[in-house]
Design a protein around this ligand. Structure first.
Ligand code: UDP
Length: 237
């Protein structure tokens, strides 16, 4: 079967790695995600992954802490997730390389764009950990930035507990409507909280499509690669 994309950037939130608990790492969940990544990588699709860190720490949630320090703590959380994903991918025979935006040479390669692209071209899976390396940013923004840097065809924005973008929170509002297509401007104007506005703007300026989908069933990633219409696509028109 044909693949719709050649190079994708998969964004996985920290929560998605926690197996529905919201904190920590659930190895079974990570392994099920790793297996789908292997399947699509075996199909010849180049896969880069940005991992979140909300299962450990979110900078803005600190009540009485310097925000910058708190954000660095969050970035470190993303690196824990990146290492976990790397080792689970390696366990099933995928050559995976974690790169960190904050230098940590004993632990992982530093982020070097040209190296990352080379890894992708030689069928390695690249994991971008550490966010952008800057406080006051998010891993969604990291996904937009890295996708632009590596020329990804699309961002696959994996969500937990929801299978796309809705007009309102479907868990609270019964008649919330799911969108199949949206423009970046729609997302910004309607104030849809699917990713932060910095990330949305960056995607808009660089014309990077975003596909929002549910990761509870990790097989969805394979379905997307084969061109199935699931989730919500956000693009220019
Ligand atoms: N973070 C940051 N700069 C970045 C990326 C992440 O400061 O470029 C910090 C921020 O504190 C954030 C935390 O890392 O709350 C975890 O990232 P995020 O909330 O995006 O993770 P997710 O919600 O995707 O699990």
């Amino acid at each position: 079967m044909d693949c719709k994309y050649n190079r994708v950037l998969l964004k996985i939130s920290g929560e998605a790695l926690s197996g529905g608990i919201g904190h920590g790492i659930d190895e079974k969940t990570i392994m099920s995600i790793a297996k789908v990544v292997k399947t699509v990588n075996d199909l010849g699709v180049q896969v880069a992954i940005v991992v979140g860190g909300g299962n450990f720490w979110r900078g803005a949630s600190a009540k009485d802490m310097d925000r910058t320090t708190s954000d660095y703590m969050g970035m470190l959380g993303t690196i824990i997730n990146g290492l976990a994903l790397q080792t689970h991918l390696e366990k099933i025979g995928v050559v995976a390389v974690a790169q960190t935006s904050i230098e940590m040479k004993q632990v992982a390669e530093p982020y070097i764009r040209r190296k990352a692209v080379k890894h992708l071209e030689t069928s390695k899976v690249v994991i971008f950990a550490g966010g952008t390396g800057n406080p006051y940013f998010s891993t969604d923004t990291t996904a937009a930035l890295r996708a632009a840097e590596i020329n990804a065809d699309i961002i696959l924005l994996a969500k937990n507990g929801v299978d796309g973008v809705y007009s309102a929170d479907p868990k609270k509002i019964k008649d919330a409507v799911k969108y199949d297509n949206l423009t970046y401007i729609d997302v910004l104007n309607k104030g849809l909280k699917i990713m932060d506005s910095t990330a949305t703007s960056l995607c808009m300026d660089n014309k990077i499509p975003i596909l929002v989908f549910g990761i509870e069933d990790p097989q969805n990633i394979e379905r997307i690669i084969h061109g199935e219409n699931i989730g919500t696509i956000i693009k220019e028109v």
